[in-house]
Design a protein around this ligand. Structure first.
Ligand code: NI
Length: 390
C-alpha cells in the first residue's frame, strides 16, 4: 500500500505544486477565506468527495466514505488563512494581495490536506472507515477551530490528525513530538488604578506607573521562585499605557500581555496566581486593580498511540534519518488544541527548510518553503490515515 500511495502522490505532484502556488498568490486573512474555500471545495468535489461549504463561517468539510467495516471516524485538519504581512520573497508566485501573505505555511497545509484526500480517493478500494477532511479558517486569530466545532465538525470523530510546517526541519523530513507540542496561550489585561497628583509631591498621590512596574517585576520574579521550573510559564506584557504629562502622577495604567504554559495543571492555576500577586502589590501601596484573564487555546497534547502511527508511517515512508523525534515543545500556540477536547489527536511537523538558502522563520516577510515538502506531507498523512485502520 505504501508504494501505491507514493506512486499516486508522485503522479499528483505537479498538480499539487500548482495548487499550492495558486493558494500562495491568493492569500486571504482570517475569517475572509472565501475564494480559498471556493477553490478548495472545487478541487475536492472534482476528486469525488462529498463537500460542505460555509462550515465554521468560511471553512470547508469533505468526507471520504469508507466501507463501514470500521465505525470509527478519522478527521484530518488543515488551516487556510494567511497573515497581514507584506511579502518580500520575490517569488514568481508571490502574493497578489497587497499586505497579505501566506507566511505561516497554511497554503502548504491546505495543499497537503487536498493531496491526501486526492490520493486516498484514488486508492481504488474504500478504506474501512470514513475520513472527514476539515479545512479550517482563522487559525491565526485562534477563532477558526471553535467556529468549526460549533458547527458540529467533531460529531462522531474518534481521532484527529493535523500538520504544521517548520522551517528549522529540512524539507523532506518530518518532526514527531510525543506529549506537549504547543503551549496554552491566554490573554491578560491588568489595570492599576492609583490617584493623580503633582509630580513633585508623590507622597500625596498613588503612583499607578510605579505600582504597575512593581507588578511586572514581581510577576517575573515570582515565576522563577514560585512556579515549578520544570513546568515553564512565560508571561509577556507587550503593551502598556498610562499617564498624561511628565509632571503629573498617573492615576491609571493598563497592561496587556500573553501568558504561555505547557502543563495543564499549571495552566489551570495561573489566573488565581496572577490575581494574588497583583492584589498583594496593589494593596501594599494603596492602589485598586482589575485583572482580566481570558482563556485562549490550551496546549496541544499529542496522543501517544496516534503519534506512534504518524511516526511509523513517516519512518516506513522516508527512513528513520528523515524522521526527527522532537525533544522540545514550542511555546507557540495552535488552535488544533480545541479539537482535542473532543477526540484524541496528533499533529506532526513538516520540514520545509533548505540546505542551500537562508531559512526565515514563520511569520517573516521572506519566509519561503521548500516545495519538496508537499510530497512528504501528503504521503506521510495519507499513509498514516491508511495505517489508522490497521
Ligand atoms: Ni500556522
Amino acid at each position: 500500500m505504501l508504494s501505491t500511495i507514493k506512486d499516486l502522490a508522485a503522479n499528483l505532484a505537479p498538480r499539487l505544486t500548482e495548487i499550492r502556488r495558486h493558494l500562495h498568490s491568493h492569500p486571504e486573512l482570517s475569517g475572509q477565506e472565501y475564494q480559498t474555500a471556493a477553490y478548495v471545495a472545487g478541487v475536492l468535489s472534482s476528486s469525488g468527495l462529498q463537500v460542505q461549504e460555509l462550515v465554521g463561517k468560511t471553512g470547508v468539510v469533505a468526507e471520504l466514505r469508507g466501507s463501514g467495516v470500521d465505525s470509527r471516524l478519522l478527521a484530518i485538519r488543515t488551516d487556510m488563512d494567511a497573515l497581514p504581512i507584506h511579502e518580500r520573497t520575490n517569488l514568481e508566485f508571490a502574493s497578489r494581495q497587497l499586505g497579505i501573505m501566506h507566511a505561516c505555511g497554511h497554503d502548504v497545509h491546505t495543499t497537503v490536506g487536498l493531496g491526501t484526500a486526492m490520493v486516498l480517493a484514488q486508492l481504488g478500494v474504500p478504506l474501512p472507515g470514513t475520513i472527514r477532511f476539515l479545512f479550517q479558517p482563522a487559525e491565526e486569530t485562534a477563532q477558526g477551530a471553535s467556529w468549526m466545532i460549533r458547527d458540529g465538525v467533531m460529531q462522531d470523530v474518534t481521532s484527529i490528525f493535523g500538520v504544521h510546517v517548520f522551517p528549522t526541519i529540512p524539507g523532506g523530513s518530518v518532526g514527531i513530538r510525543y506529549g506537549a507540542l504547543t503551549a496554552a496561550a491566554d490573554d491578560l489585561e491588568i489595570i492599576v488604578v492609583g490617584e493623580s497628583g503633582h509630580g513633585a509631591r508623590p507622597h500625596e498621590a498613588i503612583d499607578a506607573i510605579w505600582i504597575a512596574s512593581q507588578v511586572i517585576t514581581t510577576l517575573q520574579q515570582a515565576i522563577s521562585r514560585t512556579q515549578n521550573p520544570l513546568r515553564p510559564v512565560v508571561l509577556t506584557v507587550g503593551q502598556i499605557q498610562g499617564g498624561r504629562a511628565p509632571n503629573v502622577i498617573a492615576d491609571q495604567v493598563r497592561m496587556l500581555g500573553t501568558v504561555r504554559s505547557l502543563h495543564p495543571e499549571t495552566s489551570a492555576n495561573l489566573p488565581a496566581w496572577i490575581e494574588q500577586i497583583v492584589a498583594s502589590v496593589c494593596e501594599t501601596y494603596g492602589a485598586k486593580y482589575t485583572v482580566n484573564y481570558r482563556r485562549g487555546v490550551p496546549s496541544v497534547q499529542n496522543d501517544p498511540s496516534l503519534t506512534q502511527i504518524t511516526e511509523s508511517a513517516a519512518t516506513e515512508a522516508w527512513g528513520s534519518d528523515r524522521v526527527q523525534i522532537l525533544l522540545e515543545p514550542s511555546l507557540g500556540a495552535e488552535d488544533f488544541a480545541l479539537y482535542l477536547d473532543h477526540a484524541p489527536g496528533t499533529m506532526f511537523r513538516l520540514g520545509v527548510g533548505f540546505d542551500d538558502q537562508p531559512n526565515y522563520p514563520l511569520h517573516h516577510p521572506q519566509f519561503v518553503v521548500n516545495e519538496a515538502s508537499i510530497l512528504t506531507g501528503v504521503v506521510t498523512m495519507a499513509y498514516a490515515a491508511y495505517k489508522y485502520w490497521l
